[in-house]
Design a protein around this ligand. Structure first.
Ligand SMILES: [Zn+2]
Length: 210
C-alpha cells in the first residue's frame, strides 16, 4: 500500500511527499486577471454612471468570469498533472487548507483555494483512491522524522521563512541535513494518515496477516 502526502502553496502550487513540485509557470497571469477585471469594470462604471450596487455586482461578475477563464487555462493542467501523479498511490493525504486569516489569503483565493483541494479530493475518489484531509496544524513546523518543533537560529519556535530547515534535535538523523520545508510538510501530512492505518484491518489484510 503506497501513501502520499500533498502540501499546497502559491508557487509551488503543490508538493508531494515523494519530492515532486508542481509549479505555476504563468502565476503573473492569474494575478493580472484580478487587477484587470477590477480596473476595466471600474472604468466602465465611471463612464456610464452606474450605481454603487450595480458596480459591485458587475465587478463580481466580471472578476469571476476573468478569473475562471484564467484559472481554467493555467491551473487546470497543473491540477490534472497532480491528480495523474497521485494515481500512483493507494492512500492520498491532502492538506486541508484553511485560508481564512492566512498571511497569503488573498493570493490563495486568487489561485482558487480552497476549491482546488475539493477538486483533487473528488477526482481521486472517482479513481478509486482512499483520500483523506489532514489538518494543517503543525505540518510546517515539525520535523517529519522526530516531530520536534522546528526552531529558527535564535531557538524560538516560529514559522519558517527560509525554504530549508534543519532539525535541532541532535538525536534525530535529520539534524545532519538541511531539508526542503515543503517536502518536510508533505511528509508530515503523509505521516498523519500513515499512523491511522498502521494497526488497521486494511494494512493487516494487505500484508496477509488477517
Ligand atoms: Zn528531527
Amino acid at each position: 500500500m503506497k501513501f502520499v502526502g500533498v502540501d499546497f502553496g502559491i508557487n509551488p502550487f503543490a508538493i508531494t511527499s515523494d519530492g515532486r513540485k508542481f509549479h505555476i509557470n504563468r502565476l503573473p497571469d492569474i494575478f493580472y486577471a484580478h487587477e484587470y477585471s477590477s480596473s476595466v469594470v471600474g472604468a466602465f462604471a465611471e463612464f456610464t454612471g452606474t450605481s454603487q450596487d450595480d458596480v459591485s455586482n458587475l465587478k463580481d461578475i466580471g472578476r469571476l468570469h476573468q478569473i475562471t477563464k484564467v484559472q481554467a487555462e493555467v491551473l487546470r493542467p497543473i491540477i490534472s498533472d497532480l491528480i495523474e501523479h497521485l494515481t500512483g498511490f493507494d492512500v492520498i493525504a491532502l492538506e486541508d487548507i484553511q485560508i481564512e486569516g492566512m498571511h497569503f489569503e488573498h493570493e490563495m483565493r486568487m489561485l482558487g483555494f480552497p476549491d482546488n483541494v475539493n477538486i483533487i479530493y473528488e477526482e481521486s475518489l472517482q479513481r478509486g483512491k482512499k483520500v483523506h484531509l489532514v489538518e494543517m496544524k503543525g505540518t510546517s513546523r515539525e520535523c517529519s522524522h522526530c516531530g520536534n518543533p522546528v526552531r529558527n537560529e535564535k531557538g524560538k519556535e516560529k514559522p519558517i521563512k527560509l525554504n530549508l530547515f534543519r532539525c535541532q534535535n541532535e538525536g534525530c538523523p535529520l539534524s545532519q541535513y538541511w531539508i526542503d520545508k515543503d517536502i518536510n510538510a508533505a511528509l508530515n501530512i503523509r505521516n498523519k494518515i500513515l499512523s491511522k492505518y498502521l494497526n488497521s484491518d486494511e494494512i493487516l489484510q494487505f500484508l496477509g496477516l488477517a
